[in-house]
Design a protein around this ligand. Structure first.
Ligand code: HEC
Ligand code: HEC
Ligand code: HEC
Length: 417
């Protein structure tokens, strides 16, 4: 008996030492590097590709890489990354030779987007989504755009600091995550003549709808989306720019808890303009896909209708009680402005610099009612009919106060870490 206990103690001791050893190894070694396969692919920069690439990059990359201060993809802090992942910055991906990716070859960019491996072998963890199944032509459009003379990718000196990944990121990168395989054959996308197949491609292979709209990022299967737990049933708990929880929606055709009783037009409106049938707007990180063509939005709807309806109510989230000090701030919070812009205007998109552009209150109100009219492809909901006329002047007054009052860097501290 006593001997058994002694053995058990020895085994536990060995286990403890092993765990401590692994932990020390993870801490000392940081993120892994991988061998770099040569990739000689060259992408021709054509006007058609640049234009398609601009649409794709605004929908797929700008939310993380767009810096509102420089007005280019010069990078910024990922304020909504879970704190246990560390302090994460999306880097400068403009054409700048040292600060950006100006010296990367086309193949280098393609390798990173497919697999997560940088040209020097360093690994980019899944907090940046990869595109293992996107069509080669869509990736070529993205690369062509990054090479173009569009103002958004103009060489920019400003760059954020490098990320400091936390222990969890390092451990997962050593023990769980790994680079994705580079496709062996050329991948093509179904076109408009096959709407169902095209909708499935857009939702699962290109725009990553299923990742956020399944149960949890931890159980998402990036190589076989359909095998993800709770596929399109929602419930994934994400964070907005104000540190509040936002739970993703059930997109299966269930009438009560999904979008079964939404018309096709209602769906297209929610997806591209951010307005739901109940008159509310979608919040960060659900950005309106304003650059999506009408046919593509309808194709996604057609595909989602083919899923099995699943009853999965969205769990309620506890939000920090709002302590608004003015009507304008209350409107700003109630209408979800803080979910993207943070409580003080410097969230995922910093609006403090832009406010001066709107010299009259009427022009600022007009922008809020229909942002796409002033800024094409902007991923901001359309607030026409959502913010009542009587609330608009209070909201505008609150916005004007942000310009002077905002402290440098950092929004309201995130709730419990
Ligand atoms: C959810 C946020 C997010 C999205 C969306 C995103 N990225 Fe990133 N990206 C990051 C982060 C964070 C890193 C750096 C991670 C790190 O520090 O290791 C990164 C790294 C990169 C790098 C490596 C740059 C370097 O200097 O190492 C490139 C290139 C890149 N992203 C391009 C893109 C493109 C193109 C898209 C759209 C197709 C995109 N990213 C979408 C967050 C994102
Ligand atoms: C970065 C994560 C993310 C991505 C990517 C994403 N969504 Fe969402 N989506 C959400 C969240 C979170 C909500 C809930 C927002 C809210 O409560 O205001 C949502 C809400 C919605 C809604 C409103 C449904 C409702 O009942 O409120 C629709 C429709 C929708 N998403 C469709 C899509 C489609 C289609 C795609 C791909 C083209 C997509 N989403 C991509 C996170 C995401
Ligand atoms: C789903 C995210 C989202 C929500 C919600 C949102 N916005 Fe925006 N907003 C954006 C984006 C994206 C931009 C463009 C940022 C950029 O280009 O740097 C923007 C830009 C702005 C600008 C600057 C315009 C310019 O010319 O650059 C103002 C002002 C603004 N938003 C006000 C508001 C107000 C007020 C609300 C609430 C009624 C709101 N936003 C809600 C995403 C959002």
């Amino acid at each position: 008996m006593r001997r058994t206990i002694r053995y058990a103690a020895v085994i536990l001791g060995i286990l403890g030492l092993t765990v401590a050893g692994v932990a020390a190894w993870v801490l000392l070694n940081g993120l892994p590097t991988y061998p770099v396969e040569p990739n000689a692919t060259r992408v021709d920069v054509t006007p058609a590709r640049v234009s398609r690439g601009r649409d794709l990059v605004t929908m797929m990359c700008a939310s993380c890489h767009l810096d509102s201060a420089t007005r280019t993809l010069s990078g910024k802090r990922m304020v909504d990354a879970p704190p246990e992942f560390g302090v994460i910055y999306a880097p400068n991906i403009t054409r700048h030779a040292e600060r950006g990716i100006g010296r990367w070859s086309d193949g280098d960019v393609l390798r990173l987007l497919r697999t997560g491996i940088r040209p020097d072998g360093r690994y980019v963890p899944p907090y940046m989504p990869k595109l293992p199944r996107a069509a080669d032509e869509d990736l070529a459009a993205i690369v062509a755009y990054l090479r173009s003379d569009d103002p958004l990718v103009a060489p920019t000196e400003t760059a954020p600091p490098t990320s400091t990944p936390g222990f969890l990121t390092k451990a997962l990168a050593r023990l769980v995550w790994s680079p994705l395989p580079y496709p062996e054959a050329l991948l093509t996308a179904p076109d408009d003549s096959a709407p169902l197949a095209r909708g499935r491609y857009l939702a699962n292979d290109l725009l990553d709808c299923y990742g956020c709209h399944s149960a949890d990022f931890k159980t998402v299967d990036v190589l076989h989306p359909e095998r993800s737990a709770g596929f399109y049933q929602g419930g994934n708990r994400l964070r907005d720019a104000d540190g509040q929880d936002v739970v993703s929606a059930n997109l299966t055709p269930d009438a009560q808890t999904g979008i079964g009783d939404w018309s096709e037009d209602a769906f297209v409106r929610a997806l591209t303009r951010g307005q739901r049938p109940d008159g509310t707007t979608t919040r960060y990180p659900m950005l309106p896909y304003a650059a999506l063509s009408d046919a593509d939005a309808r194709a996604i709807h057609a595909y989602l209708r083919t899923l099995a309806p699943v009853t999965a109510p969205r769990p309620a989230v506890t939000t920090v009680p709002p302590l608004a000090t003015s009507t304008g701030q209350q409107v700003y919070r109630d209408r979800g402005c803080a979910s993207c812009h943070g409580d003080r205007g410097n969230g995922v998109y910093d609006i403090r610099h832009a406010l001066a552009k709107y010299t009259s209150d009427e022009s600022l109100a007009a922008f809020i009612r229909n942002p796409g009219a002033a800024v094409p492809r902007i991923t901001m909901p359309v607030f026409d009919g959502v913010v009542a006329d009587s609330d608009m002047s209070a909201l505008v007054t609150y916005l004007r106060s942000l310009r002077v009052a905002a402290p440098p860097g950092g929004t309201r501290p995130a709730p419990q870490e």
